[in-house]
Design a protein around this ligand. Structure first.
Ligand SMILES: [Mg+2]
Length: 331
């Protein structure tokens, strides 16, 4: 690479006091030793467990070859922090492995802007990484901590528990359809289009929401592959079934507006909410008596856990079936 690895890391991924006056990256007390030595040293709070997760995004597979670098930087970090949120963990730091065909400085600057845009919001330091030459791919490993007894796991849902989600569902699915020009969404405003694309490209990991669920939710995970698939994982791990009310699925204002335009649009919106991935909201189960312990969290109840395996969808109390269920059969 024309730009040496050391130079590249210094320029885009190491923050110096002069560049970033007062920046929190320079004051993370859990980082005893960050970038610059053979490895980082982290301090783990007493009584907590280390939480580790990693994800690779490959050009042409997880994002198009011409995807904006700023979005790749944000999303690669977001999907990893979302997995920490899904464990109700607090982030301690992340590592970044970047494989690029060439050290293109304008691409790197945009990638770093997206990466730091979210890292700053989540207040998470970059503690190490690696750069290599090759087809474009980004691997991030996120390291966090949580007390074992309050970590949010997939097993643990009990019959009678409420099934809940944070935020709204289907936005990223609609955003992807817009990005691929596979959906018309006639009459959608420029603002709504921008909102849906933003939800696709810049998911916000629900770290704060995950923290609220510590020791309160009975089970949980993040919705990366679509509600039905991810709920399937939770049901399997908990050895229970579920009933979902499709009319309760939380929809953003843009999707509500679109769903109101025709019955075909409503079906499409429900399909996105049930089956499209990339929303990165938290799905969790909650004993009804514990709901009062979450006054500060905004979430929507979309169904309840049943004792026997299987998933039943209803609309206004009546059985509701369509091809979204086909995807669920794989699990
Ligand atoms: Mg996950």
């Amino acid at each position: 690479m024309s730009l040496g690895e050391f130079e590249l890391i210094q320029r885009y991924f190491v923050r110096k006091p002069d560049d970033w006056p007062g920046h929190p990256q320079l004051g993370h007390s859990q980082v005893c030793l960050g970038i610059g030595d053979d490895a980082a040293l982290l301090e783990l709070p007493p009584g907590e467990r280390l939480v580790v997760t990693t994800d690779t995004l490959v050009a042409g597979r997880h994002f198009p070859h011409d995807a904006a670098a700023v979005d790749i930087g944000w999303k690669a970090l977001a999907v990893n922090l979302s997995d920490l949120a899904a464990m109700a963990a607090r982030p301690l730091g992340v590592t970044l492995n970047l494989t690029m065909p060439e050290a293109n400085e304008s691409w790197l600057a945009a990638f770093a802007r997206g990466f730091w845009g979210l890292a700053d919001i989540a207040d998470v330091p970059l503690i190490g990484g690696d750069t290599t030459r090759g087809p474009l791919s980004v691997t991030i490993t996120a390291i966090g901590c949580v007390e074992e007894s309050v970590a949010l796991k997939r097993g643990g849902a009990q019959a009678g528990d409420l099934i809940c989600v944070t935020g709204s569902l289907g936005d990223a699915g609609a955003g992807l359809a817009l990005a691929m020009s596979s959906a018309e969404m006639a009459g959608i405003s420029d603002d709504d289009r921008a909102y849906l694309l933003d939800r696709l490209h810049r998911p916000m990991p629900r770290l704060l929401e995950g923290a609220y669920l510590r020791g309160i939710a009975s089970a949980g995970l993040d919705i990366s592959d679509g509600l039905l698939q991810d709920l399937g994982h939770l049901l399997k791990a908990s050895n229970v079934g579920a009933e979902l009310a499709v009319e309760q699925l939380p929809l953003s204002e843009p999707l509500q507006a679109y769903a109101a335009t025709s019955s075909a649009a409503l079906l499409q919106v429900r399909r996105w909410a049930l089956s499209a991935g990339d929303d990165y909201e938290l799905l969790f189960t909650l004993a009804p008596a514990r709901a009062r312990l979450l006054p500060q969290l905004r979430y929507t109840v979309i169904g309840k856990i049943t004792p026997t395996a299987g998933l039943r969808l209803t609309a206004h109390g009546k059985p509701w079936e369509h091809d979204s269920l086909a995807g669920y059969q794989h699990f």
